[in-house]
Design a protein around this ligand. Structure first.
Ligand SMILES: N[C@@H](CCC(=O)N[C@@H](CS)C(=O)NCC(=O)O)C(=O)O
Length: 276
């Protein structure tokens, strides 16, 4: 199928200008995939407190739950007028794009490959950001997605200090995160001094396991050498978040860890990182 009508892509609005500050990893996976597939789309920017309203009005059930069992409404969502599809999970969106537009743009998002990155202990189970989906055909990628999500999200406190909250909704957003974490104030998320260094060391060591996969094909910069796949986009989406939210000197450190594989991946994915 070829798509001529633009897809609507819903992403979270951070501080203006949103095109420079967007940094939510799951929406970034979708943006990278839409650009990889070279499909026409427009972005609808949603303030974080409005996500439940937007998702409910589109009648898309929540794909995450809070610890207390309540629905956790998230983005990305895509709405494709060519097929009338509405899809509300980044991994489902990637599968949808592949199945609906198999030959578009860069071609196959899911070429067969071994993606044996697993955290010990298995944090992917403790941090269930994405359910495993897509059946056996995509199991290798789904498992990789869960493990990469866990590897980054357990270190996400490093991103709080410079997180580009939209001033228009910052107070409501901070209050919501304080509520979710059960802490007493936003300042409790601050990570400084020795504790910060320790978290950074853990982050670097965790990413070492992931870097090994990138070092298998020395021609790089992608897991399969010159050819990007959705697995590269998953990691690349988290790197986009880090690039925006880490203090500059720490982003530079990350770029250089493990023979510079993450800096090279980030730069190489720049061709798919246009914000439209
Ligand atoms: N499994 C979902 C997870 C989506 C998700 O967690 N989205 C986050 C942004 S990365 C979100 O919308 N958070 C809204 C909030 O924290 O209120 C997916 O892959 O799309």
């Amino acid at each position: 199928m070829s798509s001529s009508l633009p897809i609507t892509f819903y992403d979270i609005a951070q501080a203006p200008p949103v095109e420079k500050t967007c940094c939510s990893p799951n929406p970034w996976k979708t943006r990278l995939a839409l650009n990889f597939k070279n499909l026409p789309y427009t972005t609808t920017w949603v303030p974080l407190p409005d996500i439940p309203k937007v998702r409910t009005s589109l009648q898309i059930p929540a794909c995450r739950k809070f610890q207390d069992g309540a629905d956790f409404f998230t983005l990305p969502i895509i709405q494709d007028p060519t097929t009338d599809a509405l899809v509300g999970d980044s991994f489902d969106i990637a599968i949808y794009l592949q199945k609906t537009y198999p030959a578009s743009g860069g071609g196959d998002l899911f070429p067969p490959q071994t993606l044996d990155f697993a955290l010990t202990p298995n944090l992917a189970i403790l941090v269930p950001l994405s359910e495993r989906r897509g059946g056996p055909e995509f199991a290798e990628y789904a498992n990789f997605n869960a493990n990469v999500d866990a590897a980054f999200s357990v270190h996400v406190q490093l991103t709080v200090q410079e997180f580009p909250l939209d001033p228009a909704t910052a107070e409501a957003t901070k209050a919501e995160f304080v509520r979710r974490a059960g802490v007493s104030s936003w300042d409790d998320f601050a990570l400084v001094g020795e504790a910060r260094e320790k978290t950074k060391d853990s982050f670097r060591d965790t990413l070492g396991g992931l870097a090994k996969l990138f070092l298998r094909d020395a021609s790089g910069p992608f897991l399969l050498g010159a050819r990007a796949s959705y697995a590269d986009l998953i990691v690349g989406a988290w790197l986009r978040m880090m690039c925006v939210t880490l203090p500059n000197s720490e982003w530079e450190e990350l770029r250089g860890w493990h023979e510079g594989v993450f800096g090279q991946l980030h730069d190489a994915l720049g061709v798919y990182a246009q914000v439209k």
